[in-house]
Design a protein around this ligand. Sequence first.
Ligand code: MG
Length: 365
Amino acid sequence: MELRTIKIPLVSAFESSIGTEEFKEALIAIVRKDGVTAYGECVAGHGPWYSEETIASANYVICQFLAPLLFKMDIANSQQFLGLSRNVRGNNMAVACVEMALWDLLGKLKEQSISKLIRGEKREVEVGVAVGFQPSVHALVDKIASSLADGYRRIKIKIKPGYDIQPLRAIRERFPNILLQVDANAAYTLNDLHLLKQLDEFNLLLIEQPLAHDDLFNHSKLQKQLSTPICLDESIRSVEIALQAIEIDACRIINIKPGRVRGLECSKQIHDLCMRRKIPVWCGGMLETGIGRAFNVALASLPGFTLPGDTSASRNYFKKDITTPEFELTNNGTLEVPLEPGIGVQVNEKLVDSYTIAKNILTPE
Ligand code: MG
């Protein structure tokens, strides 16, 4: 197994209430077995802004604790790996990185796509685009206009106190009928109730993670006061938490990100739970390279993903992505689900080499 920390230039800096990113740093796991090369991507960021995990912490946890478990297994089995790693608390993004590499390995050994392995049904998935904070309302509206012209059918904007009602009013004036949703990345508290209630007038698909990342209780209080559905992102770290959130009506929609919930198996379990409870789900994005993007698109091929995801085309983010073909928007505003074995896209190892800023080679003792 090899771990690569890579640094890829972004087309333009992406700003959310968490911070501004000009480069995308990612940790890539490369697993080789029986002549097959498989890939996983860790979605942790450079700093602990989205969750407590970072690229450095994930690198450490994989090297010290997860790779030795991987080397104990003689077949590619992500469920067995999840069982072996149950004593590693948290560190979901590190676990997911290895777990997903095992799905890719299994798919390539069995010559089946990830979508087929998890019993995905769709051949293409609807995608929207997430627009970061812009320097002015004018720039925001222009950016949305160009995303709509590109073919995206659903727009998501980031909001924070002081950057919410005014931009939404401008967007709705210009585009009264587009599918629109907002993401607060936990920037509000219940003291902002009067303001959050005003969001109801903008006919939003959902309000994503308005309150603290670890606070289901107050989301439940807030949902009772809003007609717009709350969607939880940061809060949903496991199928158990998803169930609690549904039971107490802390959200009516869930954003599933494999990295946040320990991998593809747990993502599928949350999807299945939400299908039973009639909770729509969609696939969020973490500025993944083509590797992580391939897993997201495969996941979104499951039937419960009824809302457009954030998995936009590669060129939206990167000057040159590390996979070929790059993910491109179809004329229907969708991405095609790769049907080749495993992740279904080729990794350009030369490009990975040129983006690499740190490397670790791990072998069984
Ligand atoms: Mg979010």
